[in-house]
Write a protein that binds this ligand. Structure first.
Ligand SMILES: [Zn+2]
Length: 228
């Protein structure tokens, strides 16, 4: 999945909101948006309104868990409109309890960094959250910073594939535009193009029938997969 400009904007905002949390160990931020990219609500983790957060014992586990409202829950509770078909951006992958609310509110997509599925404290809850999302039909997109994601472009010819370029994900659209202009300069009349994210191919339409294909995929460095 290619991280879009808007994914980055909302995640950057969620990261900023996470800094408003007084939680000393894990500040988490959430942003809920609709399909028009309108922000419906935001939230960070903290005690309910009016409940003191300066009591020492409340800041330590297991007591802390009785007091702290998770950022996702806060964002959902603060929303003053329907969250059906909305997308929630979280700086930390959701727990199972927040997944309940996300599913029940009709949120259709969760964008968050992929968690460490074996981490001691949260992983079990997160694994169950993931299981529920799958069954309930909530799409999950694991977020990676565009600057960390490298994309390779190549053309398939009779001699096999040849890698053209390797770029960072934030330059994805501008790269395609430049490629198109280059072809036009070579006399190939490209009318429009279509990005098929699933198949990893861009179809360029030349005239009425002919198509030109440019393939793309995540580029792996030292077998480390930057995104999936
Ligand atoms: Zn939670």
């Amino acid at each position: 999945m290619i991280t879009s400009k808007w994914d980055k904007r909302f995640m950057d905002l969620a990261k900023h909101i996470a800094t408003w949390s007084k939680d000393k160990s894990t500040g988490v931020g959430s942003v809920i948006v609709n399909d028009k990219k309108k922000i419906l609500s935001v939230g960070f983790n903290g005690n309910p309104r009016g409940v003191r957060d300066d009591v020492e014992e409340r800041s330590k586990r297991p007591i802390k868990d009785y007091y702290v409202v998770h950022s996702e829950r806060n964002a959902m509770d603060e929303a003053e409109t329907s969250l059906v078909d909305a997308t929630i951006y979280c700086t930390f992958f959701t727990c199972a309890t927040c997944a309940h609310g996300i599913i029940q509110k009709g949120i259709k997509k969760v964008v968050a960094p992929e968690p460490d599925w074996n981490a001691e404290r949260y992983a079990e809850s997160q694994r169950h959250a993931m299981e529920m999302y799958k069954e309930a039909g909530v799409e999950v997109q694991f977020y990676t910073e565009p600057s960390e994601t490298l994309i390779a472009f190549w053309e398939i010819g009779c001699g096999g594939g040849r890698v053209h370029d390797i770029i960072t994900a934030d330059k994805f659209t501008s790269y395609i535009d430049k490629y198109k202009m280059k072809k036009i300069a070579q006399g190939i009349k490209i009318t429009r193009y279509n990005i098929n994210d699933k198949l990893g191919v861009i179809e360029f339409f030349v005239g009425k029938e002919k198509k030109l294909y440019l393939h793309f995929g995540n580029y792996e460095v030292n077998k480390f997969i930057f995104t999936r």
